[in-house]
Write a protein that binds this ligand. Sequence first.
Ligand SMILES: NC(=O)c1ccc[n+]([C@@H]2O[C@H](COP(=O)([O-])OP(=O)(O)OC[C@H]3O[C@@H](n4cnc5c(N)ncnc54)[C@H](O)[C@@H]3O)[C@@H](O)[C@H]2O)c1
Length: 384
Amino acid sequence: MKILILGGDGYLGWPTAMHLSAQGHQVAVVDNYLRRSLCREENVEPLVEVPNLHQRSALWESVAGCHIPVFIGDLRQWDFIEDVFQRVAPEGVVHYAEQPAAPYSMLNRSAATLTLRNNLEVTANVIFAVREFCPDAHIVKLGTMGEYGTPDIDIEEGWLDVQRKGRHQKFLYPRQAGSLYHTTKIMDTDLLWFYVRIWNLRVTDLMQGPVYGIFTQENRTDENLYPFINYDELFGTVLNRFVIQAVADYPMTVYGKGGQTRGYLNIIDTLNCVRLSLENPAAKGELRILNQFTETFSVNQLAQKVQRAARAMGFRAEIATVENPRKEAEEHYYNPAHTGLLDLGLEPQFLTDEVLSEMIEFAAGHKNAINPEQIYRKVPWDRQ
Ligand SMILES: NC(=O)c1ccc[n+]([C@@H]2O[C@H](COP(=O)([O-])OP(=O)(O)OC[C@H]3O[C@@H](n4cnc5c(N)ncnc54)[C@H](O)[C@@H]3O)[C@@H](O)[C@H]2O)c1
């Protein structure tokens, strides 16, 4: 299949590009290095320096013999996206190209405006480009479990059947985000659903939980193929952050009561979920929504897991309760469905002590690169 990966330089984009090309798909990647430039502006760096996309593509070609063309440009620009879609003529489009950090979106007005404009304009341009140049292509869009929030009833897989006065209708499951970033994802879903109805598009919206991990089947041969590992408060995700905090002898920053529960998954599972979605496409005129995570944990449970694995390796791995900079429920009901991807054939990689030990060992090998000042700046979510 000819697959275009938008956001191909990112934490998930580059590992996905290698994975799909190793599986025999013809892959091209697009990025404008937005994530890299926002990190620089905010003075945070990933744990390990990541070569640029051209360098990684050349390296992957020498390792695996797969050629991945690289397009550098801003997907908000119609001239650019038009040119890329015409040249690639994709059958599948993986849309990762957004500002994906909730804390960044809550930093100040300019970060909020950038997040809003970037995410919605890219999604709209992707929809317009598919309609114009490849109307049968399947869009696989990364959404987030955060779109649902933490309602006091079970979370279904995208849709809710509502019975009222003897009649019934299926609606998008009610969504109530906890950050501006998550709100842009809700708006993306609404845009996609609108154009699925109007233009018969073929879309899978993957409601993904926080991803953890570094290693995939494809990157083990060369550290230069590893993804970004951010451990700062703005761009890092919680488990990756706890691992690095444990190694840096920085007490793990549990926000408030620590009962915040979410669905998590290994980066290897992300690649498999995206591949399974592409290989089993949604029908024309269908918005298929799949909840993409494999296990649920509270923040306390995650910290305790990291503590156990790190202590077994000789680290002190203390846990601290810090004032919660976010506005969120710290204890709540959480029971989301997630059978769709298992039905497509996903075989989950669970968060075992072995998986954690490997991550801890990697972080320990780069301990000197950890800058403790990056870890926690306490960005208050109600400041804007
Ligand atoms: N990582 C997670 O835990 C997680 C969880 C749930 C959902 N997601 C979603 O998955 C997707 C990928 O996440 P990620 O962690 O790889 O993020 P990332 O920031 O590492 O990757 C996104 C990439 O898109 C690029 N990009 C953004 N705007 C662009 C534009 N206008 N033109 C061209 N390129 C642009 C960025 O430069 C970046 O390389 C995002 O949409 C995110 O919301 C991620």
